[in-house]
Ligand binder design. Sequence first.
Ligand code: C5P
Length: 290
Amino acid sequence: MRLEKISPCKVNLILNILGKRADGFHELETVMQPVNICDRMFFERTGGGLQLTCNHPELPCDSKNLVHRAATAFLTAAGITDGVKIHLQKNLPLAGGIGGGSANAAVTFTSLNELFGAPLPLKKLHELSAALGSDVPFFLYSKPALATGRGENVQALEDFPALKGRAFLLVHPGFGISTPWSYQNLARFPKDQNGTAGRAAKLVSLLQTGGLKAAAAEIYNSLEAPAFDKFPVLSLYKSFFREEGALVSLMSGSGSTTFAICEDWESAEALAEKFKSRFGNQGWLATVAI
Ligand code: C5P
């Protein structure tokens, strides 16, 4: 049996950091929205061992790869001695703040569980995911979510009425930002490191009941402060999107991807064209209906 799966990405509609914890992580509250732009993954049982291949030259295929680590954690937890062959077709940019690697890990957990006849319950997959990375558990649920703690406590939600019919434009500038770097440098911006709790829940309620215009005022990312300080071009992208009529524009996660929410897919396409004529054609850019 061979499984072929899509591995989507996400944007953070709010990333509100509440403070630094004793364990070195940051306490946060975030609203994550799945985005249907995907890597592809292939899973196959083999006699023994773990073989990972990938089309992307910069991605290691050993235990430095989250997919490799997820597969090892799964096989160990489930007590499986059979082997598995995994191929990752990377389409999404690396270190982009859109959770590509985290999604790959979550898809590995759910796919191996399917391939081996569901030996582990969802609760266990969640636990293994959280041990691998703060954003990994979110991708087990394929739904918008409110996440708290360091990001691993996930409350899955129904689709937001305020986003119905809208579309995303995502732009990656051609360079990534390291997540640990982002959090370390947030210390230079004490106000952004110590946000007020409750903003994410307020945003959820506005997205569920009101229009996007009302919600837009609550859309915010604490990690823009260090990123915009070092990479001012990201702040230019954000302003450009707003000046050109996007309903929302924000950097996602720890960056470097910046996104716009547009009225509909045609407006997102038109904004993409304007972006290319203003900033050139380097980097990565994608539009997708929500
Ligand atoms: O959990 P994840 O592997 O994504 O975290 C990468 C790094 O980002 C952590 O080692 C930590 O430095 C930082 N981080 C943090 N607070 C969070 C999530 C991540 O400080 N809530």
